[in-house]
Structures are given as C-alpha cells and as structure tokens.
Design a protein around this ligand. Sequence first.
Ligand code: PGA
Length: 255
Amino acid sequence: MKKIIAGNWKMNKLFSEADDFFDAVVEYVADIDSLNNTEIIVCPPSLYLELSTDYTIDLPIAIGAQNVSQYESGAYTGEISPQMLSTMGVKFCIVGHSERRKYFGETNEIVNMKLRNIQNAGIVPIFCIGETLSQRENGEMKDVILKQLEIGLKNVKILNNLYIAYEPIWAIGTGKTATAKQAQEVHALIRNWLRKKYGNKIAEQTPILYGGSVKPENIEELLREQDINGGLIGGASLDENKFMQMIKKAVNITK
Ligand code: PGA
C-alpha cells in the first residue's frame, strides 16, 4: 500500500504565502528521484485551487478541496459543486471534517450526500471520522466511529475510490497526538468494518489516514503502524519546510 502525505491548510495563508509554499515544494518534489510509493496531496482554500493545480501540473502532487456542496448545481449562493472542482483539475476533496461538522452543522446525512455526489464527478473523497474526548472517555468511541461509517457510506457505490481519515477531535490542533498504538487500534477497527461490509479487497485497498497533530517528529512512528497509510496534516502542513520533511520521512519508509 502507498503512503500518503496530505496537507489541509484550513482557512490559512494569503495568496502570496500560497505562492511561496508552492514555489518551494514544487522544486523539492521535482528533484526527488523516487517517491517510493508516496502520494502527496495539498488541500488549499478553494480560492487558491486554480493557482495550485497550475503549479503542480505534470508533478506528482495532487490537489484537493477542503469542502464541496452536497448539491450538484443550482441556486445555492456561495457554494461550489463537485463538477466545478473536477473541471479545475482537483482530484480529492475532504468530506466531513470535524470542523465542518461542529461549526457548519454537517450531519452524517449531509456527509453521505456529499460522498455520493462527489464520486459521481470523479473526485476522490477523503472521508473524515473521529470521536470527541468525552465520547472516548465515556467508552463511546467505537459506536461513534461505526455510526459515522455506516451512515456516511450508505449507498456509496464507488468504494474503490475512497480514502478515510481517522481524526480524533481531541487531537486536532491541540498538540496532543493519539499515540501510534491508539491510532492503530481505531484504524484496525475501521479496516475490519470495511472487510465485513465490503470484503477483503476493498478493505485492503482503502487508504486510512490519521489526522491530529501530525508533525515531522511523529509521522514515522505513525506510518510504521500496519493500518496507518498516511497523514492528514493541518498545522504542520502550513510550513513548507515541515511539509517537505514529512514527505522525506514518508519516502524513506518502506511498508
Ligand atoms: P492538525 O489538524 O494537524 O492541525 O491537528 C489536522 C486536521 O484537522 O486535519
């Protein structure tokens, strides 16, 4: 299985900073002889998607959006459709991030609509799930995760084109990373659920990323776990040097 380094900028960076980031990262990636089965994804704010796809054209850096409308087209002021992303050369889209669930009222049902629609437009979803600290402490983690999977993936047909990101909410932006063992335990739970529901092939080919305070110092340990296929990285992906360090560490790991 490949290793994935995915950066989620969230609502950060001015235009000139986005430009500086790509200047550095594009040059770095172009000079790497072999990526050793490492996939690089950057998810900038939508306004910079065109800049980002232009910069990375012909390079092994894929661009993802951070959000998309659950509708296909029409009178939805301010929204961006899956098809629009696809025609801009966008390959991935984060769906169901905990910040969207928390601040913008995204339910499991809305997440499900988004997952179904974006796949029809040829975009690969990075489907985020994860529990809060109180859910974990109350022993509800497993139920929460399985419910997010069950409802989120209801009637989702294109299963060979799906990425899942496990992001424990208590570890996002807090500096508190789940230990590699804690993350692996939930990744195995997710993979077993996929296996039971869709069979071995889908379970083995679905990348499961970990997100929550991933940084150059902990990426290797996380990636060495059997069911952790990559990182969805917020804060540390904003700094081009840290992002490049994480690419380097992933390239040096053979799984
Ligand atoms: P973080 O964010 O790396 O800043 O914790 C991860 C995410 O929310 O995707």
